[in-house]
Design a protein around this ligand. Sequence first.
Ligand SMILES: [Zn+2]
Length: 332
Amino acid sequence: MVSSIIRNQEEIAKFAIGVDLGGTKIGAALVNNHGDIKEYIKNPTHAQQGKDVVIDRIKETINQLINQSGVNVDNISGIGIGVPGQLDARIGIVYSAPNLPGWKEVPICRIIKESFQMPVTLENDANAAAWGEKIFGVGQGIREMVCLTLGTGIGGGLIFNGKIYHGNKFAAGEVGHIIVNKDGPHCNCGGVGCLETYSSATGIRDRIYDRIKKLNKNNSGSISKSDIDNISLSDIFKRARQGDPLVKDIVEDAIEYLGVGITILVNLLNPEMVVLVGGIANEGDKLLLPVKKYVFSRAMKIVLEDLQIVLGKLKGQAGVLGAAALLWHSDK
Ligand SMILES: [Zn+2]
């Protein structure tokens, strides 16, 4: 009886809040230490209204989450925040975030801690997603893991020896900026031919738009960039499979260059597992199988031994779950 009461008390005390800050939405979840989401909410970020508004939005979202859940704050271990930008998690400062105007040197951990009086920890959003898959998802028990977030851009999280690898300036894991073609398209990072320019949603759409512009050079204005942005990625992949010449080779390139990028990563890092998450990973086996075929035909034999290339299983919740899990398992 006594031991079951103690166990229950331990259980109750092990909630954490995970916040996934995005350019358009703030997701927040109250999570227990088994990775069960007790409460989840999503609010608009209002990023264009500037840093202070976004910080207020984060605080409101956390407050709303706590109130809706009905959990006593004493039973919450702390708050983990995933941010899409460059940051130093050791000191809790966000240096810059391209989709969050005005975010320069923001001491976000201190600011949130002052409001909620509980531990606050910070991580790059792609690292948080990787951590979510490692702790609660497909990577449980895996010590050497590479996670690629295939969305608007391409992010990455590297887990070595069971810990997130941050690099000297906390900038490790930028797998989207591996150069896969020295003569390729210009990239937002200032480089040329980065993986992201071929295999991200933005890269695929930009290439389709460029092609249409070239085809219609005497008839400009017939289609706008937003027309392309409104076509879903699954539609683009579907049209490619049906042989639509406008998109077929662009989607084939997206898949093949992803294979090139992953081959570079596995040759360099020799992980046990490569995990694909994000919107493009929703293509499932239609993406996974040709990527695996490429990697398994090109990488060194030794690194292919026992290598798993898999889809993540937390889907859109990897970010909040990983951010929450930072409270219990983070070791910076
Ligand atoms: Zn780049």
